[in-house]
Ligand binder design. Structure first.
Ligand SMILES: [Zn+2]
Ligand SMILES: [Zn+2]
Length: 134
């Protein structure tokens, strides 16, 4: 399947020729800052299936500890993807267009969620990382 994504201003676009995997939402305080939201919404992608279609020159990277980083649009601020040692690791679900045929399978680090966040009922949640956390 083909999945496309783009940032808020639309100048950066990408395509995934394949499926997204392991969609998860992390509610830790670091993800709240990194994703400017109550939690992350992120899915893994195989690097060989991922292609930038436009606007790659507008990408800015912030690489944190352990070589993991995020890439975002320097124009509009949308966070588009995660990188690990300069290789694409996953995409933020908020920037995916249409239906990527995947749902958030687990909510992790719910034990450190923001006081103002109300968890939806019925979701699979873990106070810390999931046992099979990848
Ligand atoms: Zn943008
Ligand atoms: Zn987190």
């Amino acid at each position: 399947m083909k999945i496309t994504g783009e940032c808020f201003c639309g100048d950066i676009k990408y395509e995934v020729n394949g499926a997204l995997r392991d969609a998860r939402s992390c509610h830790c305080s670091r993800c709240r800052k990194a994703f400017s939201a109550q939690a992350s919404a992120y899915a893994l992608v195989d690097a060989e299936t991922f292609t930038w279609l436009s606007g790659k020159g507008l990408l800015t990277s912030y690489v944190g500890s352990h070589g993991f980083g995020l890439q975002f649009c320097s124009q509009c601020g949308s966070t588009l993807c995660g990188i690990y040692n300069d290789v694409i690791h996953g995409v933020t679900l908020g920037c995916v267009n249409d239906d990527p045929k995947i749902e958030l399978g687990r909510h992790i680090y719910v034990g450190s969620k923001a006081s103002w966040e109300v968890m939806p009922e019925g979701v699979t949640q873990f106070l810390e990382g999931a046992p099979e956390n990848t």
